[in-house]
Design a protein around this ligand. Structure first.
Ligand SMILES: Nc1ncnc2c1ncn2[C@@H]1O[C@H](COP(=O)(O)OP(=O)(O)O)[C@@H](O)[C@H]1O
Ligand SMILES: [Mg+2]
Length: 235
């Protein structure tokens, strides 16, 4: 049965009374669902957009994010289990992952060996995503969780399916930029280690790196040979 607008907003208000995290484009609530600890990711209406366009946009992002989360799991990359998708409120109900963000682990007092271990794993997992033509779209250390020493990828809201070398290169540049801006201390070591992991699972890694160099040089108004040494292209 179709929910009325009034029912939809009442449901939302109920949900919003719980503890929440405000994300960049959604609100996230920890909740219980059939006895499971879940996280509800709700894309709230934006009043500055025309209602019909806003509804379509929130729902298409909800559907696309859910598809990418499930496809990643098929590609061998861990993501939260999806319990429910409600298009009435643009809500994804997913498994709540206990654990830390990779960002917090890399900024912690853990040993550099441990940190590099996770960075290499990140590279391996992103390589698997790209081998399956899954572009994450917001690849940062805030969108990867560590649970039981395994990485769980979240936040595919800006992701897409694409075979294009350029799209994969942009994902690589996002993570490079994240290392430079958030993990300055070891940025170089991290990016080298990430690439090692990526090359071990992604068959066309080098052509992706070559494209990343082009895109980065263009964006930063540099010559390609000024940044080529950041990339694992030599052997
Ligand atoms: N399944 C989950 N389990 C536990 N925490 C999560 C989960 N999904 C998201 N989070 C937490 O909520 C934050 C924001 O979620 P995210 O999907 O990245 O939303 P946004 O698109 O707004 O950035 C994450 O950085 C993480 O701390
Ligand atoms: Mg996020």
């Amino acid at each position: 049965m179709q929910k009325s607008e009034k029912e939809k907003s009442e449901e939302l208000i109920n949900l919003l009374n719980k503890d929440k995290i405000w994300g960049a484009e959604a609100v996230l609530l920890k909740d219980e669902w059939l006895g499971f600890q879940v996280l509800k990711k709700i894309r709230l209406p934006k009043s500055y957009r025309i209602k019909q366009i806003d509804d379509e946009l929130r729902n298409s992002r909800t559907i696309s994010e859910s598809k990418l989360i499930m496809a990643s799991r098929d590609a061998g990359v861990k993501t939260p289990f999806i319990f429910d998708i409600d298009l009435g409120t643009s809500t994804i109900t997913m498994e709540f992952i206990e654990g830390q963000l990779v960002k917090d682990v890399l900024n912690s007092k853990d040993s550099i060996e441990d940190k590099l271990h996770y960075v290499k794993l990140m590279g391996e997992q992103v390589g698997k995503l790209h081998n399956s033509d899954i572009i994450h779209g917001d690849l940062t250390t805030s969108n990867i969780l560590i649970n039981n020493q395994e990485l769980i990828f979240i936040d595919f809201g800006l992701g897409k399916f694409s075979q294009a070398v350029e799209d994969k290169a942009v994902d690589i540049l996002l993570i490079k930029k994240c290392f430079t801006s958030t993990h300055t201390e070891f940025e170089r070591k991290y990016f080298t280690t990430f690439q090692k992991g990526y090359m071990s699972t992604m068959s066309e890694a080098k052509s992706i790196f070559r494209r990343a160099i082009k895109v980065e040089a263009r964006a930063r108004h540099l010559k390609e040979n000024q940044i080529i040494s950041d990339y694992a292209l030599s052997e």
